[in-house]
Design a binder for this molecule. Structure first.
Ligand code: ADP
Ligand code: MG
Length: 355
């Protein structure tokens, strides 16, 4: 604590201390394995990661990849079987959940059905022993922050899904955490509401300046919301980076497949496209259709799908199929026709997979 205050003072006096300002969350070779040795589940397996203070950090990955276990390790509801975790520079091995300055918005919201919305929000403050008047006024403040003023007397069952989600958020924020963990918080909402809540969460995070660790299995949500993200696969981080790094330069086939609509090209196809004998990825928007000639690569249009902003065309060539994205308003080739394929060679991104 004293060290942190000292570094804040140095920052205020203009010293450049960025390397010594502790990260909000750091994992150093953290594992959490479950079960007996003959049936070990490596839920989290030797993970290293750093979440800078004030970041909107996303953990993205398929179901079962270890995201929730990582959040539980940060909040202290789960202990590592190996490695250590630091929160603002402090090893938290012996620090219980209620003293970590971390709160969680759970996937199913976990609201108390028999309590009013106000009492749900004030719950953490009641546990801490804050007197009723003060905690109720703080709860009202939080309800207005999440745009639910006037809803304090209702029960959770009298709210819509989106409103319940906001109550869960207010209930976590009332404790003034320095790190807020959100476990697929928008998963239960329909698309329109989810998009509205994505914008609101982003705005709220920027306004409060709290570090957010946001878990999702939805790649577009992670890419659009996060400052940086970790892509999980089987308890390990497959890649960590900014959304544009992850989108444009997936490290492995898994990341390319999971994160987007990229063409994943086998070593053979990569060679055909002028690259080395390695797996590669090529974004559909990087492919241009040309009139076929004898020099350029060419293929046969097998299908086209209207997407609103453009058309996605599938093209078969040499035993494989690639897609190209044609912006709205540009001429479309007919199914069955032969087209040439042009692209900037720099757009062919070579991945790290072994052959
Ligand atoms: P995600 O949140 O990415 O869907 P989880 O972290 O919940 O993944 O789970 C990762 C893996 O660990 C899964 O295979 C899950 O079944 C397993 N797991 C999680 N918690 C436990 C537990 N308490 N006991 C045994 N296995 C568990
Ligand atoms: Mg989960």
């Amino acid at each position: 604590m004293r060290a942190r205050r000292a570094s804040n003072i140095l920052l205020m006096s203009g010293f450049h201390m960025s390397s010594s300002v502790p990260a909000a969350v750091e994992f150093c070779s953290v594992s959490r394995h479950f079960g007996p040795t003959n049936a070990l589940v490596k839920a989290v397996n030797s993970v290293d990661l750093t979440v800078p203070e004030g970041a909107f950090f996303a953990m993205l990955g398929p179901s079962g990849s270890g995201k929730t276990t990582c959040l539980r390790l940060i909040s202290g509801f789960e202990k590592p079987t190996a490695g250590n975790i630091r929160i603002f520079g402090r090893d938290v091995s012996d620090i219980p959940p209620n003293r970590r300055n971390v709160n969680t918005v759970f996937q199913d919201y976990a609201l108390f059905p028999h309590m009013t919305v106000r009492d749900n929000v004030a719950y953490g403050l009641m546990v801490k022993g804050m007197d009723r008047r003060l905690r109720e006024s703080k709860a009202e403040e939080m309800l207005s922050l999440v745009k639910l003023e006037g809803y304090g007397d209702r029960r959770p069952s009298q709210l819509s899904g989106g409103q319940r989600q906001r109550v869960a958020l207010a209930r976590a924020l009332v404790n003034e955490p320095r790190v807020l963990l959100l476990d697929e918080p928008l998963g239960a909402l329909d698309l329109k509401l989810r998009e509205a809540m994505q914008d609101e969460l982003k705005t709220l995070q920027a306004r409060l300046g709290i570090t957010f660790v946001f878990v999702t299995h939805d790649q577009s949500e992670a890419l659009s919301m996060a400052d940086s993200l970790a892509v999980f696969n089987n308890g390990k981080i497959a890649q960590i980076g900014t959304p544009s790094e992850i989108y444009a330069k997936p490290r492995t086939r898994f990341v390319a497949d999971f994160v987007g609509s990229s063409n994943v090209l086998s070593p053979k196809t990569t060679r055909l496209f002028g690259g080395p004998n390695r797996w590669s990825s090529l974004r559909p928007e990087a492919l241009r259709l040309t009139a076929p000639d004898n020099v350029t690569l060419s293929g046969t249009v097998t299908s086209q799908r209207y997407l609103g902003t453009g058309n996605r065309i599938s093209i078969a060539l040499h035993g494989t199929e690639v897609s190209a994205l044609i912006p709205a308003g540009q001429p479309l080739p007919k199914t069955g026709h032969t087209v040439g394929l042009a692209f900037d060679p720099a757009a062919l991104h070579i991945m790290e997979d072994e052959k």
